[in-house]
Design a protein around this ligand. Structure first.
Ligand code: ATP
Ligand code: MG
Length: 391
């Protein structure tokens, strides 16, 4: 019998009438992610997506790894199908697990029956299968609490499926079901995490990066692209915008009071980001800010940046400690890239004594020392875009 993968839905199950749309989006995302690995049939039934190879697949482990990064799936496992009768189920289960069982001391069989018309209850089937295994391999004992080997048998309307303990999926809801947002992506630890957190809630994420050559290097930009590529394993395809920001930074430095450098820069970033968002049908901004982490991330500072925003700004890291953000970045695989030591445009002109409790009027007055409108247009028009795909 051929191996297939069962993917269990998470929250999609709760989505009443909209559920079909969520399932379609999930199937689309799954298809894109595994298409390069071979031909598969995808079928959705009883809160489960069945991913069945239509040809010999050389690397089913890689298929699993990719599916573990698709938002909308809570649990997944490789399984083997059997006919819905005890003999067939036992035969399949025994041939799949014999070697493992021979080398183990304890096991248990767990049965789940969503097809209630099956002629045995779940405990009856578990006892029957367990009994037959013990007959063949009498050295084993049944351990319901800490077994070395667990065999799961699911009786579904499509057939019987045998697998071991399911792995955790990425959770969340499918990318593409919650609108489209533009992530301000730096080379740091926080913003990639913020992007993935929003993708986990269904947002299709694009990214925008501000570069300031020659103060920032080509390699710094490559690092950010590498981050976007890593993120795209979770977020799917990412449109990556690069904004030439040097002139703006130089004019801030030449004309504005130093204590407001960072805030003015962040307000101009927000302005340019939303212009790009508006041009491309994106309706929210996303940043990696965390309350109180640095001077520009106090509540008063955020009041001054949000004052220039016409669209919602999502800051999913806002209530997380640095340690919690780092844990998440490890998990999505961006941490190692984020800590590569390249300069960010933010850090090039950092004031020595930034204001932590700025007043909006003061920031506005400081920014008014120079008319940035032409430079903003120039930056928007000079923005380049690139498609980033995961594999
Ligand atoms: P991160 O680790 O995400 O860089 P940070 O703690 O270093 O965050 P800041 O450098 O103050 O914080 O930046 C705050 C947020 O501003 C970032 O999370 C990111 O969303 C955005 N940002 C900063 N620099 C850039 C940049 N060069 N291009 C795009 N967005 C940026
Ligand atoms: Mg940063």
């Amino acid at each position: 019998m051929k191996e297939l993968i069962l993917c269990k839905y998470g929250e999609i199950v709760l989505k009443g009438l909209n559920r079909g749309g969520f399932e379609n989006e999930l199937m689309k995302n799954v298809r894109r992610r595994i298409k390069p690995l071979g031909k598969f049939d995808l079928r959705s039934s009883q809160s489960t997506l069945y991913v069945t190879p239509l040809e010999e697949i050389s690397d089913m482990d890689e298929v699993m790894e990719r599916l573990k990064k698709v938002y909308g799936i809570t649990k997944l496992c490789k399984a083997i199908g059997a006919e819905k009768n005890v003999d067939s189920i036992f035969e399949v289960a025994y041939s799949r697990y014999e070697e493992l069982l021979r080398n183990a001391e304890s096991f248990k069989v767990v049965c789940k029956r969503s097809d209630k018309s099956f002629y045995m209850t779940s405990p009856e089937l578990a006892a029957e299968l367990g009994g037959r295994i013990l007959e063949k391999l009498p050295h084993l004992t049944v351990d319901l609490f800490e077994p070395e080997v667990t065999i799961v048998c699911e009786i579904r309307s499509e057939g019987a499926f045998i697998h071991d303990i399911a792995s955790d999926g990425a959770g969340g809801i499918p990318v593409g079901t919650s609108g489209r947002g533009l992530l301000l992506l730096s080379g740091g630890i926080d913003s990639p995490v913020a992007g993935c957190m929003m993708a986990k809630r269904g947002v299709e994420v694009s990214a925008i990066h501000f570069e300031a050559p020659p103060y920032t290097s080509e390699r710094a930009l490559l690092k950010v692209e590498k981050l976007a590529k890593k993120m795209s394993e979770y977020c799917g395809r990412i449109s990556f915008y690069t904004v030439p920001f040097t002139k703006i930074q130089e004019e801030i430095r030449n004309n504005c009071p130093e204590e407001f450098f960072t805030l003015i820069m962040r307000r101009l970033m927000m302005e340019i980001a939303q212009r790009i968002a508006e041009k491309n049908g994106l309706t929210a901004l996303i940043t990696g800010e965390s309350l109180g982490q640095v001077a520009s991330q106090t509540m008063a500072a955020m009041v001054t940046t949000d004052a220039v925003c016409r669209m919602p700004v999502f800051r999913p890291c806002i209530g997380l400690d640095k340690k919690e953000i780092i844990d998440k970045s490890y998990k999505i695989g961006t941490f190692e890239i984020s800590i590569e030591p390249y300069e960010d445009c933010c850090t090039v002109f950092t004031p020595k004594h930034p204001k932590t409790k700025p007043r909006l009027e003061d920031v506005e007055a400081a920014q008014a020392c120079y008319d940035f409108s032409e430079l903003i247009d120039e930056a928007v028009n000079g923005t380049r875009v690139k498609n980033i795909t995961p594999y």
